[in-house]
Design a binder for this molecule. Structure first.
Ligand code: C2O
Ligand code: CU
Length: 702
């Protein structure tokens, strides 16, 4: 036993840093020599010293497979697997060494990690534990040297380090760091609400848009009621009215929106296969519709304005016939000015009965809608653009985090309790990285069902509109924090720091949960039914895509100083609004986020035609070279898809999805399973990106 342990220890010690095996597909080049722009988020040139002519080198950041498509450490920093590619490297001997060795450093060069010997061709280097880093290649006199002594051959810097140029250029103009963290829950200075600085004012002279807030004149405003659970049976009819509500968020009282006076709106629980009728009444001051996100139902009930119905005017009504063909967690929200209506609280969940799997026991199920809300100074919601969305760059990322509409979620459990969480990201634009330190998290499902196999996870990364089903065990009595742990980027200073925001607490009391489900919880299950269905889809991995969608952005009429601020600096994923002023000021007049297909059609110019039964391979390419590349959660209405691969790496654990996030600079192949006839939308689910037109259409003939 001891010898086995020692042996294991020896193996662990002998492995180089970041020693996990390279992600599948790592040999396939991702960054072209010579053409990689200086600042794409995943490529960095390995620049040889000037005396070495004809050497070409590239450091590539490869994504590490996770159930979420984004790999992060507990501190919210992104994980990447590093690969070096070289051409024209001279021999180590000609440089007076025995081997060419790559080393990783943090930016202070205080910490050094040996990455291994490199040669011409492609070399897997492993992962570095640093958010910002440098890689040096040296000609080492001893191949196995533990620390760098030999002459320098090449160097690269992590692409995100370019951001630090901002710090160097802007530092004298900035206020001291401490002053930024005062007054607000989320701790950053809010732009003042100055009417002269309404959205568009920064980019246009004179300003053309007026700020917008809900108009209460002549409309009833009801006090917010707790969210009710509507258990619906096949054939039932329910009423949903969207209207103005008065509610208190983090001690401040606002007039916002709700369904039936509730925000989140009523939670609809239905059995799989059931049909219900929803009578919708619009008591808002804006036209609206309800979209039933993720349902493979009749397209005429899908709530898409001018496609499946005309928007319901204030005072108007509309009847929706819903069908719930798939077990899982869904949600509903307006499909008109989502930037306003979703932000102000119009969303609700639909939980469609899940068949209990043999041996899987949980003590309770909780449905959590994760949201944020942007409060301006003067205790009002940050005004919206009146005729177009504001904040169209990063999206409207709030400064108060909400779970089920409350800034402090609370759950009381018993020691050893196993809770199944149904999580939905209902925010306009925020990516969450959820953790519950001390508890064990097991991810079991996502948008439309179970993963092929369950997985232990450190955190759950969720983009807008994605859902995850996670089982959690609280092993000990005590308090557990539900955290959003992300890197807080300060674009101006070019620096980032861990911010752990507490979304709520779970308190486990000392009495043990009965019965004891610990043994069953400890097992990771293979979902054979899902595997049987999904494994054959992998045949599509080897065929060429049927369609390609390139995700990009165009800027018009933006003053050069603003363009300069944005250019060349992109993070694979943005967790916070690092440029609140600029973001706020940009509207759909200046920014157009785009989907472009292989035929050159853009946004609503795209209309694809398929037939029921088609399985279409779509390659999504998030163009890293646009002025400000960003992650986009891409949603297809009325169908389901699997992510086949990311960046050429096959997905080993698939799940049916309707929304998947694509970080900046990455490529994702999906297989769209066209089962449901009709005319449908596909779009980015960042409300403000959608608001600039980042959407296209497809029709499925019966
Ligand atoms: Cu929840 Cu068109 O989307
Ligand atoms: Cu987007």
């Amino acid at each position: 036993m001891v010898r086995l342990a020692l042996l294991l220890l020896a193996v662990v010690v002998a492995l180089p840093a970041g020693s996990q095996s390279p992600p599948p597909g790592w040999r396939e080049p991702r960054c072209a020599f010579g053409t990689a722009p200086f600042a794409t988020p995943l490529c960095s040139e390995l620049v040889a010293t000037p005396d070495l002519q004809g050497v070409r080198g590239m450091l590539e950041l490869r994504s590490i497979p996770t159930p979420f498509g984004v790999a992060v450490r507990a501190d919210g920093s992104l994980r990447h697997y590093l690969v070096a590619r070289f051409e024209g490297l001279p021999s180590a001997a000609s440089l007076g060494g025995a081997a060419l060795v790559a080393w990783g450093y943090d930016l202070t060069h205080e910490r050094e990690v040996r990455l291994g010997v490199v040669t011409n061709g492609t070399t897997p280097l492993g992962e570095l534990p640093f958010e910002y880093f440098r890689v040096l290649v040296s000609a080492e006199p001893v191949a196995g040297s533990r620390t760098r002594r030999g002459r320098l051959v090449a160097r690269a810097t992590s692409p995100n380090s370019l951001m630090l140029a901002h710090r160097d250029a802007m530092a004298p103009m900035m206020t001291p760091p401490g002053s930024a963290h005062a007054g607000h829950d989320m701790g950053w200075p809010m732009p003042p609400v100055d009417p002269r600085l309404a959205p568009s004012a920064m980019a246009h002279d004179p300003p053309t848009a007026a700020p917008w807030l809900p108009d209460t004149t002549g409309r009833p405003v009801v006090a917010r009621r707790p969210t009710e659970v509507l258990q619906v049976a096949d054939g039932d009819t329910i009423d949903l009215a969207a209207g103005l509500i008065r509610r208190t968020v983090a001690g401040r009282t606002f007039v916002l929106y709700g369904y039936n006076g509730q925000s989140p709106g009523p939670m609809i629980r239905a059995a799989r296969g059931a049909s219900v009728v929803v009578r919708f009444r619009n008591d808002l001051d804006l036209p609206s519709t309800i979209h039933w996100h993720g349902l493979r139902h009749d397209w005429r009930d899908d709530g898409v304005p001018h496609v499946s119905q005309e928007p319901v005017p204030p005072g108007g009504t509309h009847t929706y016939h819903l069908r719930f063909p798939d077990a899982g967690i869904y949600w509903y929200h307006p499909h008109v000015r989502e930037d306003i209506q979703q932000e102000l609280g119009l969303y609700g969940n639909i939980l469609v009965g899940r068949r209990a799997r043999a041996g899987v026991r949980v003590h309770r199920e909780e449905v959590l809608a994760l949201d944020d809300f942007l409060v301006a100074e003067g205790d009002r919601p940050m005004p919206f653009g009146s005729d177009t969305a504001s904040h169209v760059l990063m999206g409207r990322i709030g400064n108060v985090l909400l779970v089920n509409g409350e800034p402090r979620y609370h759950l009381a459990v018993r020691r050893g309790e196993v809770v199944r969480l149904y999580l939905t990201n209902v925010s306009n634009a925020r990516l969450f990285n959820l953790r519950i330190p001390g508890a064990r998290l097991k991810v079991v499902g996502s948008d439309l069902g179970d993963f092929e196999r369950e997985a232990w996870v450190e955190s759950i990364v969720m983009a807008p509109a994605e859902r995850y089903i996670v089982e959690v065990m609280f092993p000990r009595a005590g308090r557990y924090a539900l955290l959003n742990s992300v890197r807080w980027l300060d674009h101006m200073r070019g620096t980032s720091a861990l911010v752990d925001d507490t979304l709520g607490t779970v308190v486990a009391d000392a009495r043990p949960a009965t019965p004891d489900y610990a043994a069953g919880f400890g097992v990771l299950r293979e979902h054979r039914d899902v595997q049987r269905e999904l494994v054959p889809l992998r045949a599509a991995l080897t065929r060429a895509p049927d369609k390609t969608l390139t995700l990009g952005m165009q800027l018009t009429g933006v003053v050069p100083s603003v363009v300069a601020m944005l250019t060349g600096i992109a993070m694979p994923v943005d967790w916070n609004d690092a440029m609140p002023m600029m973001n706020w000021a940009l509207t759909a007049r200046e920014v157009t986020w785009t989907l472009r297909d292989d035929a050159g059609a853009v946004n609503m110019g795209i209309h694809w035609h398929f037939r029921v039964g088609d399985q279409v391979k779509v390659r999504l390419v998030n163009d890293p070279t646009v002025t400000h590349a960003m992650a986009h959660p891409i949603h297809f209405h009325g169908q389901r898809f699997v992510v086949l691969s990311r960046n050429g790496a096959p997905n080993a654990n698939m799940v049916w999805k309707d929304t998947a996030v694509l970080p900046a600079g990455e490529t994702m192949d999906i297989l769209l399973d066209l089962t449901n006839p009709g005319t449908w939308m596909m779009h980015c689910h960042v409300a403000e990106h959608l608001g600039t037109g980042m959407m296209g259409m497809f029709s499925v003939a019966p």
